[in-house]
Design a protein around this ligand. Structure first.
Ligand SMILES: Cc1cc2nc3c(=O)[nH]c(=O)nc-3n(C[C@H](O)[C@H](O)[C@H](O)COP(=O)(O)O)c2cc1C
Length: 190
């Protein structure tokens, strides 16, 4: 039986009816038994301030610890102005510092962008990947996930109503499960 992996899911939108949050919850519901997907909230985090590196605010320290404790990270994000939302970048910066003590290092990751638009948040997806390269996170390459038409994707109960998308998400999670297993050895002990 495959080992259980705790996956921290970071949702890049704070909106109550966020399609990205819906997607994160839908993924958690269909994930294989070996993947425990849990949203780690970022809306409560203060703005990152380098002056606080030695003594970070409690919410920032708690968030960083949640990331350190995770086996892998799944980012599910909208695109804001062809890039990542500021709240997501803030969360990334918080858990990356102090320099040399990043909680992200070596964690296997995957990036999914979700948008009502046709391009499916491609710009945000790849801007995020730029940061993850620097943070030394092995990021799932294939399948890529730029999810467009998100406003028509979910049933009232939150499930994915389009069978083709549902099937794709199953394959995506299976690929991520393998990716985590393959890269687990590089994950530093937390
Ligand atoms: C500040 C802002 C900038 C946006 N920029 C883009 C964009 O560059 N590309 C895009 O596809 N959608 C853009 N949108 C539309 C979002 O994709 C849409 O609001 C989406 O529903 C946000 O994700 P959520 O449903 O998870 O909150 C933008 C929305 C906001 C509020």
């Amino acid at each position: 039986m495959p080992q259980t992996r705790n996956v921290a899911v970071i949702v890049g939108s704070l909106r109550k009816e966020s399609y990205n949050r819906k997607m994160a919850l839908a993924l958690a519901a269909i994930a294989p038994e070996s993947l425990k997907l849990q949203i780690v909230e970022i809306g409560q985090l203060p703005h990152y301030n380098q002056d606080d590196d030695a003594n970070p605010p409690a919410a920032s320290a708690a968030f960083k610890q949640r990331i350190a404790d995770a086996d892998a990270v799944l980012f599910v994000t909208p695109e804001y102005n062809r890039s990542v939302p500021g709240v997501l970048k803030n969360a990334i910066d918080i858990a990356s510092r102090p320099y040399g003590k990043s909680a992200w290092s070596g964690k296997p990751a995957a990036v999914m962008s979700v948008s009502p638009g046709a391009i499916g948040g491609f710009g945000a997806n790849h801007h995020l990947r730029q940061s993850l390269v620097f943070l030394d996170m092995p990021v799932l390459q294939q399948p890529e996930a730029y999810v467009g038409g998100a406003d028509k994707l979910f049933a009232d109960d939150g499930s994915i109503s389009n069978p083709a998308t549902q099937e794709f998400m199953g394959k995506y999670l299976a690929a991520f499960e393998q990716w985590i297993a393959r890269n687990a050895a590089t994950t530093p002990a937390s």
